[in-house]
Unconditional design. Structure first.
Length: 602
């Protein structure tokens, strides 16, 4: 019997393998591996010999091709040549032996490091998979260091530029004052005109690009409130980086800026000229810290501006190069739930240009919800959206008393009303509202066949992904914009609301809860369940949730009569005289224009 060829072996299970020794010059292609083996998937020696001869011929042809290239001292394999060889070679890896230790599983960092080195090797050798020559190892390390800010998928386009930059620097050595040659340092390549740009100038550049983009109707450039908020954030992040030019910011500077963003003080003023010092906007007092949502917005916007600076070649650092820990929810008196209005605030609100005195400059429109929404908020404590979404049909008589019927629509209804607790409630209309002409206003809306009670001037915020049940703002967004938004919001212009102070049109809810919580009848405090019934809070105990039917209309009205009526509200004469006659044609034209664009009739 003829002996088996040297390239044919059999394992202990009787399966034949092809075996070949890799020529020494080619072993670097296989990470120093000495031989390759491949299963022939048969226990028949005759069939194994036939398959092995085919593999041997292919293997020898591939090796001859590579060796001939090496002997001619050419550049090496092209990527096509290498891929052609890999069709044969990778399948020859030796089968795993249970007695040998298994290869450790690489971490994500190790996999990325291997990918980066392979891309550098591809650049320096001209082919994928070839080892980096020892004489190029120093250059490879420089390229790996310079390319760290870039993603592995970006390296194929970036590495040639970095290599050219290194070559140019080596040809133009920099000398210091003593004539000694300084070691070139890696740095961004940017327009010299941007050398002094801080993050504020980077934001301005981004803003100009947004303004030049006429294809988009949204964005900061086309939204006054968003623009004002972004400008404020740009000033804050400039202070966080201590007004340094972006091209001079090191990795430590970026890390410190993101860390300090978590320690910013609520209501702190950040100025560009004169420059605010970093310590002036930072605090360690939990009660003085900016709310978690605003901190998250600041960090997110700073990432965006950093990305734009990187686009301008002002920095090579990405947000992923630093550690940005999640911002935990913060509970303090300025949390998103807000705070109650002080007595002085209430006097200012009902003494402002909506109710008396000259109309504010620049106001070319006026709508009824300006007058009624704060008043209804004060006398009901209802959520802003609950008031803004009221239909004319939601004002009805219950047990002999005119009431607000705060109720929700079906989730699939167009422009659906929603209630946070999901349960409808009827709240009696305070007699002072009736005296001011509220029921007359309701009748006028019904006669005009208007579906929405305060629809003139308000628009519905469409839900995300056209899923009505996920809409959380509905009609409240446009109402909140008029009252709360900088710089022209009503509460802002009369000095009641400042950024991060927790005060907004929603604060009337906290005001009613606070005042009724302090009110007493016959020397006894009000039953807590009555207040819960008025504002629509879910009862805290099981008995209240499942067995108590809630306060009656008479009980709620009696409680509301204990509300103190502010002096400013006592001075009001009525909707017609205090608002309609004062705003005149501006009000009439505004209503007509809005109904023409947003017709909602019954």
């Amino acid at each position: 019997m003829k002996p088996s060829p040297s390239y044919l072996t059999i394992n202990r299970h009787g399966t034949y393998y092809f075996r070949a020794v890799i020529p020494r010059p080619l072993r670097p292609l296989f990470n120093g591996q000495r031989e390759i083996r491949r299963t022939l998937k048969t226990d028949s020696q005759r069939l194994a010999r036939k398959r092995a001869r085919q593999y041997a011929a292919r293997f020898e042809a591939a090796c001859d091709k590579v060796m001939s290239v090496a002997k001619r001292d050419e550049l090496g394999l092209t990527e096509a040549d290498y891929l052609e060889m890999m069709e044969l070679f990778p399948d020859f890896s030796s089968p795993k032996d249970d007695s040998q230790p298994t290869e450790p599983i690489l971490s994500n960092e190790e996999i990325e490091a291997r990918q980066r080195r392979q891309e550098v090797a591809r650049l320096l050798t001209g082919a994928h998979g070839r080892p980096i020559p020892s004489e190029h190892e120093a250059l490879a390390e420089q390229l790996l260091e310079l390319s760290r800010p870039y993603q592995p998928t970006e390296l194929r386009a970036v590495l040639p530029k970095l290599r050219d930059e290194l070559v140019l620097r080596s040809l133009r050595p920099v000398r210091d004052g003593a004539g000694a040659v300084e070691t070139p340092q890696a740095g961004p390549s940017y327009d010299p005109a941007m050398a002094d740009w801080t993050l504020y100038q980077v934001w301005e550049h981004q803003l100009e690009r947004d303004r030049a983009d006429t294809s988009s109707k949204g964005g900061q450039a086309n939204h006054g409130g968003t623009l004002a908020e972004r400008e404020r954030l740009a000033r804050v992040m400039t202070v966080l980086t201590q007004h340094k030019p972006v091209c001079q910011l090191t990795k430590k500077n970026w890390q410190a800026a993101y860390d300090n963003a978590r320690m910013t003080k609520a209501n702190a003023e950040a100025s560009i000229d004169p420059p605010t010092q970093l310590g002036e906007i930072l605090t360690n007092d939990p009660e003085e810290l900016t709310g978690h949502e605003r901190v998250r917005a600041l960090i997110a916007f700073m990432k965006q501006i950093q990305a734009h600076a990187r686009y301008l070649d002002l920095t090579t650092f990405r947000p992923d190069d630093v550690i940005i820990k999640p911002v935990e929810e913060r509970k303090n008196k300025r949390s998103r739930d807000g705070v109650a209005f002080e007595d002085d605030d209430i006097e200012a609100i009902f003494s402002g240009y909506i109710y008396k005195g000259p109309i504010a400059d620049g106001r070319t429109k006026a709508y009824p919800f300006w007058f009624w929404l704060p008043l209804v908020g004060y006398f009901t404590g209802a959520r802003t959206n609950e008031i803004a979404q009221l239909d004319t049909a939601d004002i009805r008589v219950v047990d002999g008393h005119p009431c607000f019927d705060f109720c929700a629509d079906a989730v699939d209804a167009p422009e659906a009303k929603r209630i946070k607790t999901g349960e409808a409630r009827q709240v009696p209309i305070h007699p002072r509202l009736v005296e001011l002409g509220f029921l007359d206003y309701v009748d006028s809306q019904r006669q005009a066949r208007q579906k929405k009670l305060f629809g003139d001037g308000l628009t519905y915020l469409s839900p995300r992904d056209n899923e009505t049940k996920h809409n959380k703002e509905g009609w409240a967004k446009s109402a909140g914009k008029f009252f709360n938004e900088e710089p022209r919001g009503y509460l802002v212009t009369i000095g009641v609301h400042k950024p991060n102070d927790g005060k907004s049109i929603y604060s009337f809810r906290h005001t009613l809860i606070t005042k009724l919580g302090h009110a007493k009848r016959n020397g006894e405090p009000l039953d807590k369940t009555i207040i819960q019934s008025i504002v629509g809070h879910t009862p805290e105990d099981m008995a209240g949730r499942h067995y108590d039917e809630g306060a009656t209309v008479e009980q709620m009205l009696a409680a509301l009569m204990l509300l103190p009526i502010p002096t400013a509200i006592q001075r009001l004469t009525g909707y017609q005289g205090d608002f309609v006659e004062r705003f005149g044609d501006v009000l009439t034209k505004s209503i007509q224009s809005h109904r023409h664009r947003h017709a909602r009739t019954v």
